[in-house]
Write a protein that binds this ligand. Structure first.
Ligand code: 4AD
Ligand code: MG
Length: 462
């Protein structure tokens, strides 16, 4: 028996080599003499053409070799008769692993809409489009670990089940084993979680940041990379209920170091995609977004603009632009505002800083003006906010004042507060939404199309 060769590796072989390939049939076409099978095994966007002699195999035998079927081919790798230097395989043996009845198999030769493919998320990875996207997603995950490893950051695993609300946004999924209809209630009517698995109320984490800060206060520079969960506002093309977030956190960093890190990191990832995902990017560029590669290169070509929220609001107010949501100092900027600044005004990514404290989380370092905090959002073309971060409030009293001002409970984060009591240090960090990055890199328009199994309202089927 011959060992299987991946389709991506075939081109390294000399013509004339006998090969074994296995994969799924994309299409089969041909005439009375010969059948051409386009075969894909996921290793590359490029199909290998299998040439099968009808006389040799028989019409009946080849009938079940239809779109979606899985086959094993043994044959000779030869120079293609048709286009260019591509090779093809002259089949000697075809073994059928699994058929896919054309009357039932939903993926057929014609192109399908992304909306339709979302309804068959269990099969869509078998399309060229989703093969390309998920390969790019893989390479980006690897590049993230490589970047941090090469720059002396440690990967810290933070919990998924937690008692705290890291963002103070209150949009959490609860993790409970209780039957909430039957549980004991305390005097004020709230559920008595003391009987629950953890003896208290717990949620799926919205962010690993708070635990990440503990890590930074010991290891110096850490990052997290894990799933996070948010139960609100996920009915948009840019929100998921379950998304992956990358959160570096660095001791002794101020907001400027943090901005430098964010810019260097994003540029590294985009460079990595251009260098390592060329075939898949070219395919997406051709099929969906003719400016994709150009847009990626443009991000690398310039420094990101850095400006304060106050300056940004002024530009928006003076733009004469009609926005759906009004702009005024204190407003939480919407993606239409962010995209105006990035796409129309500056024509490059923007890092916006020093937001009103009311629209940002409790842990951000407070500025002297008493009104703003050292938050920073990185705004990208087509995406809006891709990164959110800040320098952290390292002073115990200032942090406690803010917590009391907004009426937060300190009970679930007593351990976090101790970082400011014992050897506190200036530090900063940020969170990159992994799917927002993949949206940008692939040029796709809907976040549901860049994660294998999207979790959005009323959608947890696959
Ligand atoms: O701005 P956010 O809420 O910041 C944090 O969670 C901080 N704890 C990060 C930190 O400083 N360590 O979220 C960070 C990023 C956003 O910029 C966005 O890219 C992404 O996470 N994000 C989402 N992506 C998909 N679906 C959602 N519902 C998202 N919410 C946030
Ligand atoms: Mg944010």
């Amino acid at each position: 028996t011959i060992r299987r060769t991946k389709i991506s590796d075939l081109s390294q072989l000399p013509f004339g080599t006998q090969v074994s390939v296995k994969g799924w049939v994309r299409t089969r076409r041909g005439n009375k003499q010969v059948s051409f099978i386009a075969l894909n095994d996921g290793s590359t966007i490029n199909n290998i053409q299998i040439v099968a002699d009808i006389e040799q195999f028989g019409d009946e035998y080849l009938k079940p070799v239809s779109t979606g079927a899985c086959i094993h081919v043994i044959g000779t790798y030869v120079e293609s008769q048709g286009k260019g230097q591509n090779g093809e395989i002259q089949a000697e043996k075809i073994e059928i692993y699994g058929t896919a009845d054309p009357l039932e198999y939903p993926l057929q030769k014609k192109g399908h809409s992304l909306e339709f493919l979302r309804e068959i998320a269990h099969l869509r990875p078998r399309t060229n489009t989703f093969g390309a996207i998920f390969r790019i997603r893989h390479h980006m995950a690897y590049a993230i670990h490589k970047y941090f490893n090469d720059n002396g950051f440690y990967y810290l695993h933070t919990p998924i089940i937690t008692a705290s609300d890291a963002e103070g946004a209150g949009s959490m999924f609860q993790a409970t084993t209780l039957d909430l209809n039957k549980v004991a209630r305390t005097e004020d009517g709230s559920v008595d979680y003391s009987q629950d698995f953890f003896g208290r109320q717990t949620n799926l984490t919205v962010s690993g940041q708070l635990e990440g800060e503990l890590g930074a206060m010991a290891l110096g520079a850490i990052y997290t990379f894990g799933p996070t969960f948010r139960a609100e506002n996920s009915n948009t093309p840019r929100h998921l209920a379950e998304f992956w977030m990358i959160e570096p956190e660095v001791a002794f960093y101020d907001i400027h170091d943090n901005m430098d890190l964010a810019e260097d990191f994003l540029k590294y990832l985009i460079r990595y995609a251009l260098d390592n995902c060329k075939d898949d990017l070219d395919f997406l560029n051709e099929m969906y977004d003719k400016e994709l590669v150009e847009r990626l290169e443009l991000v690398l070509a310039h420094d990101f603009v850095r400006l304060s929220y106050t300056e940004g609001v002024k530009i928006l107010e003076e733009s004469g632009q009609k926005f759906e949501f009004p702009v005024y100092w204190g407003a939480d900027l919407q993606s239409e505002h962010e995209r105006y600044l990035v796409e129309k005004h500056f024509k490059r990514p923007v890092i916006m800083t020093d937001y009103p404290k009311e629209i940002k989380s409790f842990y951000m370092k407070q500025n002297e003006d008493g009104k703003t905090v050292r938050g920073m959002d990185v705004l990208f073309p087509k995406i809006g906010e891709i990164i959110g971060g800040s320098e952290r409030e390292a002073d115990y009293d200032k942090l406690m004042n803010r917590i009391n001002e907004i009426g937060m409970h300190t009970d679930p984060i007593w351990w976090y507060l101790e970082t400011r009591k014992f050897g506190t240090a200036p530090h900063a960090g940020f969170g990159l939404g992994f799917e927002r990055l993949i949206l940008f890199v692939t040029g796709m328009a809907n976040i549901r199309d860049v994660i294998p199994f999207p979790r959005t309202p009323n959608n947890a089927d696959f």
